[in-house]
Design a protein around this ligand. Structure first.
Ligand SMILES: [Zn+2]
Length: 120
């Protein structure tokens, strides 16, 4: 069976690439304005803890600038990942459909501040 993420690496237009990682928009936006994922170019289930920490810090910095519509974005845990055999992480804004926002609240995630100036 073909791996959907290996296919995405070949076919999707990258938003950003660095080292052995690629950032693309997800196929299913689930109502979000922006919903992206970072994928390892190699088909691998896990990264080493050091790789993981490095990649997630770069991805977080990228997202803090990319998500510019709201004060925070969600960095989603892989607990309920639909493709567990290929390392990836999802980040999205809070504009999702009601079902998606409900699902998001049940999924472990971090709300991370964007670089947006917060004007009350
Ligand atoms: Zn794969």
């Amino acid at each position: 069976m073909k791996c959907k993420l290996c296919e995405a690496i070949k076919n999707e237009k990258p938003i950003f690439m660095f080292e052995d990682y690629i950032i693309v928009s997800t196929k299913n936006m689930k109502g979000h304005h922006k919903r992206i994922m970072i994928i390892s170019k190699g088909h691998q289930k896990d990264l080493t803890p050091i790789e993981n920490q490095h990649v997630m810090s770069v991805f977080t910095l990228f997202c803090q600038n990319y998500f510019d519509e709201e004060p925070t974005f969600a960095l989603v845990d892989s607990t309920y990942a639909s493709i567990p055999d290929h390392w990836h992480r999802i980040a999205c804004d809070w504009f999702g459909t009601p079902e998606e926002i409900k699902q998001l609240h049940y999924t472990p995630h971090q709300a991370i501040k964007t670089k947006k100036e917060w004007k009350p």
